[in-house]
Design a protein around this ligand. Structure first.
Ligand code: NAP
Length: 295
């Protein structure tokens, strides 16, 4: 077995993503010698103790991060600034601070001003997840074969970035590096807009007259069901994603709205070729995903 990457890894937040990291670390043994979990609610901490997925469970955030050579924030992105104010004075000089948040520009905005001298920030986003949350939802193979995007800051310590990259490789991920702004645009189209559409379509269905709504639920298998799975996602997490990737989501939504209107116009004017072209493009994107083993 390879040497553990870290002596003490502290997971601040231990829901779906944090508990999946804890499970991989426990299973492999070469990620950290000790894993400490912190969460804000006593119930979550009690459940983590019952599950036995961390070596130590700490209710106090400042105590949790003390002595940790790697701290990973696994909480909704809107909570970063508040939590950082509490932990920053207790971060060890030379420690790596990373995260798993779905937006990256906001991470830089919220963490950099509070970053103590000598602490290395390496933002990361594992492109893996499910609609479930909490420590019971995690599983050790969640990151297997999935991408993890790192958005290191210009001029930051390359050794720290390499250690975080290696952590994700040991979790089974393929690591890519890009700047925060590019990341935020990419995820706006591949993840945030599809969620916005799913939340909206479920709302539209819910607004329908009683009788129609019943029929929608009854015959949901014809396509609507896939949207409901996406729409079952966590409220806090998704509120924070939309509020913290505002510009990119609004830009993608504007483009999408234009394209959807063009589609509607083609239907109105009976433009079969336009419609066929859109369907073909959809099919070819799906084939591309299957070929890349990302379907
Ligand atoms: P989750 O299962 O809901 O767990 C959230 C964790 O954060 C829990 O430990 C929770 O503590 C804590 N928390 C929630 N609100 C907080 C607050 N205001 N202050 C301090 N702690 C708070 O969430 P998750 O799915 O693991 O998501 C965690 C992060 O990963 C988010 O930033 C999300 O954007 C990112 N992410 C999620 C996915 C996904 O598909 N779910 C994929 C990639 C990245 P308590 O339980 O003690 O309340």
């Amino acid at each position: 077995m390879a040497e553990p990457l870290f002596e003490r890894l502290c997971l601040v937040g231990i829901g779906l993503i944090g508990s999946s990291i804890a499970r991989v670390a426990q299973e492999r043994g070469d990620i950290a010698r000790q894993v400490v979990a912190h969460s804000r609610r006593a119930e979550t901490l009690a459940r983590v103790r019952e599950l036995g997925i961390a070596d130590a469970v700490e209710a106090d955030a400042a105590r949790a991060v003390r002595g940790a050579d790697c701290v990973i924030l696994c909480i909704p992105v809107g909570a970063y600034a508040g939590v950082m104010r509490v932990i920053a004075p207790h971060l060890m000089p030379g420690a790596i601070l990373s995260d798993v948040g779905s937006t990256k520009g906001s991470v830089v905005r919220d963490l950099v001003p509070l970053l103590p001298e000598g602490v290395h920030l390496v933002p990361a986003h594992p492109m893996a997840g499910t609609e479930h949350s909490g420590p019971d939802a995690g599983f050790p193979t969640l990151f297997q074969g999935r991408y993890c995007i790192l958005t290191p800051l210009p001029g930051s310590d390359p050794e720290a970035a390499e250690k975080v990259a290696e952590l994700w490789r040991r979790c089974g991920s393929m690591v890519e590096t890009m700047d925060a702004a590019t990341h935020d645009k990419v995820v706006a189209i591949v993840s945030h807009l599809p969620h916005l559409i799913a939340f909206t379509i479920c709302g539209t269905a819910d607004d329908l007259a009683e009788e129609t709504r019943e029929a929608v639920l009854k015959f949901a298998a014809s396509g609507f069901r896939d949207f409901t799975r996406i729409a079952a996602s966590d409220v806090d997490m998704w509120r924070d994603v939309f509020l913290n990737n505002r510009e990119a989501v609004l830009e993608m939504l504007a483009r999408f709205t234009e394209d959807a209107q063009a589609f509607g116009r083609a239907i109105r004017w009976g433009q079969a070729e336009f419609i066929e072209d859109r369907i073909r493009r959809g099919r070819s994107i799906r084939r591309g995903l299957i070929e890349r083993k990302q379907a």
